[in-house]
Design a protein around this ligand. Sequence first.
Ligand code: PMT
Length: 405
Amino acid sequence: MNELENKNVLICVTGGIATFKIVEVASRLKKLGANVRVVMTKAATEFVSPRTFQEITRNTVAVEMFKDAADFNVAHITLANFADVVLIAPATANFLAKAAHGIADDLLTTTILATVAPLIVAPSMNTNMFENPATQENLKILANRGVKIIEPATGELACGISGKGRLPEPEDICEEIVKFFAAKKDLRGKKILVTAGGTVEPIDPVRYIGNRSSGRMGYEVARAARNHGAEVILISGRSDLEPPANVKFVRVETAEQMRLSILDEYSAVDAVVMTAAVSDYRVKHFSTQKIKKSAQSIILELVKNPDILKELGNLKKSQILVGFAAETENVINYARGKLVEKNLDFIVANDVSAEGAGFSVDTNIISIIYRDGKMENFPKMTKAELAEKIIHRLTNFLDARFSGQ
Ligand code: PMT
């Protein structure tokens, strides 16, 4: 069977020198069995005639809001509903800006706003335009909403300079579409709770005990779980990151607030992934006034915070529990101890003193340790890549639980 049989792909073509490559994209997608419709901006029609796409797709090509779509009732809604996935290629800087900010001033951008189908965007433009902070910000906004961005290639550009901004080759773009349909939504119907970031324990109105967690590891785990189709609750301590779109987001400050928010959800979730760096101690007496600088030294009395994960381990029914262990020595032994003590299904150990691992960096180096003593070691990877690995392992546990193993 053709890989894209019965799949509906809406291609949105904006005006750029690479527009001609999309003719081949449309042709390849058709050959793979997809139903393809094309929407073009007026600028795109300066590069390729709508008739070309019409011949290839055997469908009317829509360009203008109230004109070309004679066979559609309300063109943008019909097109928006048609799509299983929307490919925007080439995507100009202007398109990215409009999409990021919800501007809908032509048929193409109105369709994008009206669709609930996932978006795959292939930017293509001059290097300076691509690297401009405005474009980068817009890409970030879109990526955070779950839009898949196909990175432009580096090479000779139409403007004569060499750099990043080339539209990838048609086969690579088609590969992304095939990958999209092949990607398993294996967590559909599952509810996953993820914690992230560091908790903050106030000392007085201006000071606190905190830690260096950026939230990255946890936000990537939440994003990966969402991408696999799970309903995700992200409970986050302090972090400057924008939460991933389409997850239920709960902001907390202290360990106790995090504990209460988790307990609120715990009975209804299938799994918890606890990446948050929870403060082990808080001050015994919070000072309602700023502590004045007078004595040469002061003593803050600290009391233990509740161990949230241990409590979850005690209350556990059918939930899969995944913990993290942030260690600087004896990493695997300490992690094994926590795995058992907190009644976890598996634990992710990271040596937070290693270069490129742990707090506040984009990468991590982890080992996953299981109850039966098995262990998997991963080389340095981005936190996004590792989040995929963790979610994959978690999915295996959930599958085993549901199949009664
Ligand atoms: O946020 P980033 O900058 O991306 O950094 C990622 C990270 C280093 C924070 C992450 O990879 C990590 O290691 N998270 C766990 C941090 C931690 O608190 O580890 P721990 O070994 O102290 O705790 C073990 C487990 O118990 C953790 O899952 C923790 O969430 C949990 N815990 C700890 C203390 C406590 N009072 N309650 C808990 O539930």
